[in-house]
Design a binder for this molecule. Sequence first.
Ligand SMILES: [Fe+2]
Length: 233
Amino acid sequence: MRSFFTKTSIKGGYTIPSRYYIWELTYERVTTNYQRNFSLKGEEVSSFTKEALIQLQQYHAVTYHHSLRVSTLSVALAKYVGLEKEEFELVRYGALLHDIGKMNIPLTILDKPGPLNESERDIIEQHPYYGSDKVAMVPGLECLRPLILFHHERWDGNGYPIGLTGAQIPYAARIIAIADAYDVITSWRVYKPKTSVAGAIKELERCAGTQLDPSLVEAIKGLLTVKRKSNSE
Ligand SMILES: [Fe+2]
């Protein structure tokens, strides 16, 4: 029984983990802040991000390099689908910091060569909370909370931490989720070999409409085709 993530119904029809009550966070509150504080200006934003990434690099270099690649791809995809500069800057920072909460996860779990057991999965699934909490207190970065908190939500509602469905998931978080998936598929991990770009595209197609936003799967396929063409020219 995964008691830590027991889901409880709240008004508005969403279900949220009981831990949200402790943190006095609700989906509505987080997304309202997302709309209201749509700004990434200020010295503290860049100094916090820089410092957080230095710490992440020292703690877990694999996650650090993954975050840089996810950010690059997320921004490329955000531009490809026509987001404005302010929006793709939000995506850039959100992607850079999306896994920052993994610094709270023991290395024995992050580097475990085999599949995780249920209690280890419970622990690793806390990283969106930790990451969201880290940025919450930084002026200018509150707007990143939903991106970090919801980057493991799935289009079909079977993700975590809440189980949001489809368009309930902030668009920027869906962009990060697909870049995240692509990077995991194409990178080496202690528990799996890396897959080719062609193999990754097939895998993303397989996940369209279940794990991933199908329109963004189409978009990333277009983006990767453009990239591959320009690389071969
Ligand atoms: Fe993650």
